[in-house]
Design a protein around this ligand. Structure first.
Ligand SMILES: [Zn+2]
Length: 360
């Protein structure tokens, strides 16, 4: 089976998931004929920087751009970009072509007019990997770019670029995708592939992706090849802790129910749950509660990893906890996870932690 990420790579601005702020600005710039000669696409891996550069190239060069969203998807340019044969899109991996000679060769090539299209687009991936000498040579080109050339510098580490390079570009910051955005995309792909996968499983995949759409699609591809796609199996495979289980655990703490929480811990142990992982995931969750408590506006920050329902539940929980109490829980859980390796029984540090948290 073809890799999902490649098979369903967005073909137009319309197909791109998330990054609306960038799509809108680029679309408008193209419409107004105000395209910049150098762009900086900065942001974490797997958030669509290269895809955006390809769609931009296509929209600028399509031979029948009167079509919807500026691309016809059938002319030789559109087809060429999709199958990698369009020669006016030059992709350079700066991680392996980082020296001055590489940039000199680039400088030669930049002089020539486009072969097939209107604009030649140079996509320099991992641009921060260029040597200092090469960066300076690139800067010279950015200072006087030929009219038919557009540079797109993509990077995960913009702070490593020369400030003078950054100031020559129009910068776009790509963000991690939210859980809901990733979920929507995964559902879409599952339908296109005519597969049946439970929402719970897709939720797990989205959660495990950490906001990277590429990672989410790659995990989904692996799941498609499995025989057993039950939620419990996938949870084990991904090493994921059930958020509902963490949330229950916190409920018992809010209710000061020592007896229930100790029983809960021991049930987890007999059920074979990895306690270290459970504590780590709980710390992550309580940290989110702390953020929500400190500032309701941090919801945006949190919503990337929680579904709407989960977020609603988390908000209710924060009302039952003081800031000090949340801080205390994190502190105790951190201590428990540090002690687990040295404990004669894996559950003991967690038991002591909750007794300490709930108090007399
Ligand atoms: Zn076209």
């Amino acid at each position: 089976m073809a890799v999902l990420y490649r098979k369903y790579r967005p073909k137009s601005f319309e197909d791109i998931v998330g990054q609306e702020h960038i799509v809108t600005t680029l679309r408008n710039a193209i419409k107004m004929g105000e395209v910049a000669h150098a762009y900086l696409f900065s942001g974490p891996r797997g958030t669509g920087k290269t895809t955006m550069a390809r769609v931009l190239t296509k929209t600028l060069n399509c031979q029948d751009s009167k079509e919807k969203d500026g691309v016809c998807l059938s002319c030789s340019v559109c087809a060429g970009i999709d199958n990698g044969s369009f020669i006016d899109l030059i992709e350079i991996d700066a991680a392996s072509n980082r020296g001055i000679d590489d940039v000199r060769a680039l400088k030669e090539s930049v002089q020539f007019a486009p072969n097939q299209g209107i604009f030649k687009v140079y996509l320099i991936d991992e641009a921060h990997m260029l040597t200092k000498e090469a960066s300076n040579a690139l800067l010279k080109m950015l200072e006087e770019p030929p009219v038919h050339v557009i540079f797109v510098l993509a990077t995960t580490e913009p702070h490593k670029l020369l400030p003078t390079i950054i100031s020559r570009t129009q910068r776009f910051d790509f963000r991690f995708l939210t859980l809901e955005e990733i979920l929507g995309r995964l559902k879409n792909l599952t339908n296109k592939e005519k597969r049946k996968i439970d929402d719970g499983v897709l939720n797990l995949v989205a959660g495990a992706s950490g906001g990277s759409l590429r990672d989410a699609e790659s995990i989904l591809g692996k799941i498609f090849s499995l025989n057993n796609i039950e939620e419990s199996e996938i949870r084990k495979l991904l090493g994921a802790t059930d958020l509902a289980s963490i949330s229950n655990f916190i409920d018992f703490i809010i209710e000061n129910n020592k007896e229930a929480v100790l029983k809960y811990i021991n049930d987890m142990v007999s059920g074979g749950e990895d306690l270290e992982q459970f504590i780590n995931s709980s710390i992550d969750y309580v940290r989110k509660l702390l953020f929500l408590k400190l500032s309701p506006s941090s919801e945006v920050l949190i919503s990337g990893n929680l579904t709407k329902e989960e977020l609603k539940k988390a908000k209710i929980q924060t009302t039952g906890l003081t800031e000090k109490k949340i801080y205390g829980i994190i502190k105790q859980l951190l201590e428990a996870v540090n002690n687990i390796k040295y404990s004669p029984m894996p559950q003991l540090p967690l038991e002591l932690a909750v007794i300490e948290i709930i108090g007399e």
